[in-house]
Design a binder for this molecule. Structure first.
Ligand code: ZN
Length: 307
């Protein structure tokens, strides 16, 4: 087992990123290419296969490629390798993507949800190293989580566990994109942060990252908006910690570039909404691996039958 090589692919809406992974679980070569989702899944599968072959050509003599792991935006079906109907991959419905890529390459291919793959990556190789259990919370346009309990992904009955972005933190809060009220996402999701800032300043901004930069440069309104977002995340973390008895929380995604501007209010909020016996053990950290988390985690999932 230890001599086997793997390839991981992080399939995103605009690009896919591939990494060749040594038996020591290091990414030793990479490439990336545009997904061109609108051209359809068959063409994308072919381009993924081409990129994988280019990495395969860099294997040392005599080395064996054991498996390929792909992660993609959800919803997906892990067991069948089907991409169901992700909002970010327009026109893709019930696509047997793992099988399509396997037909090109003739090696085992597995498919994992991108948040779950990132969680596996951070758990085994990043910020969650050494933890027994871990929750990874992705904070970007949307907010979602993946839970690893005693080393294994917790998938739920329909592979749908982790919708923490739609926990209600205020029953009378703003209406969320999901139709509910006062969801975590309606405070801490990228669009919510932008809206709150634009409402307060009457200035137009193009991305949540712009507000992060403004906050880092001392803009007090931007700092307040991020603080409120951080508090919502703190309530979310407290709730997960109380429900699951998990103490390691890794935060991930574009909004987390705010760093301590967001993490500090989150950490300060956790004890207010959870028992001391729980909150005293909670650690809230930023992810360490960036894009590599998905690549490594997808490959790790391909390697382990029970991942
Ligand atoms: Zn919601």
């Amino acid at each position: 087992m230890s001599e086997l090589w793997h390839i991981g692919v992080d399939l995103g809406a605009s690009t896919f990123k591939c990494g060749l992974i040594s038996p020591e679980w290091r990414i030793v070569a990479r490439n990336e290419a545009p997904t061109r989702a609108l051209e359809g899944p068959a063409q994308a599968a072919e381009r993924v296969a081409q990129s994988v072959r280019a990495l395969q050509a860099q294997l040392p003599a005599g080395a064996t490629l054991a498996a390929l792991g792909i992660c993609s935006p959800g919803p997906i079906e892990h067991n069948t390798g089907v991409i169901v109907d992700p909002p970010n991959l327009t026109g893709w419905r019930n696509v047997p993507f793992a099988q399509m890529v396997r037909e090109h390459l003739g090696i085992p291919v597995s498919l994992e949800h991108d948040a779950k793959a990132a969680a596996l990556g951070e758990y085994h190789f990043g910020a969650g190293r050494g933890a027994k259990s871990m929750a990874l919370i992705i904070v970007g346009t949307g907010i979602g989580a993946a839970f690893i309990v005693d080393g294994k992904l917790h998938r739920g009955e329909q592979d749908a566990a982790g919708e923490v972005g739609h926990f209600t933190v205020d029953m009378d809060g703003p209406i969320c994109t999901c139709g509910s009220n006062g969801c975590v996402e309606s405070y801490a999701g990228g669009p919510a942060i932008m809206n709150a800032y634009m409402y307060a300043t009457r200035k137009k901004v193009e991305s949540a990252e712009e507000i992060v930069r403004a906050a880092q440069n001392g803009d007090e309104i931007a700092q307040r908006v991020l603080q409120r977002a951080g508090r919502a995340l703190g309530v979310c973390i407290a709730t997960v910690a109380m429900t699951m008895d998990i103490s390691t929380f890794v935060l991930f995604g574009s909004v987390i570039r705010a760093g301590d501007l967001l993490l500090e209010p989150a950490r300060a909020t956790v004890p207010k909404y959870s028992h001391k016996s729980i909150s005293s053990r909670v650690r809230v950290m930023a992810g360490e691996l960036g894009n590599d988390a998905g690549i490594l985690g997808a490959a790790w999932g391909a390697r382990s039958a029970d991942g």
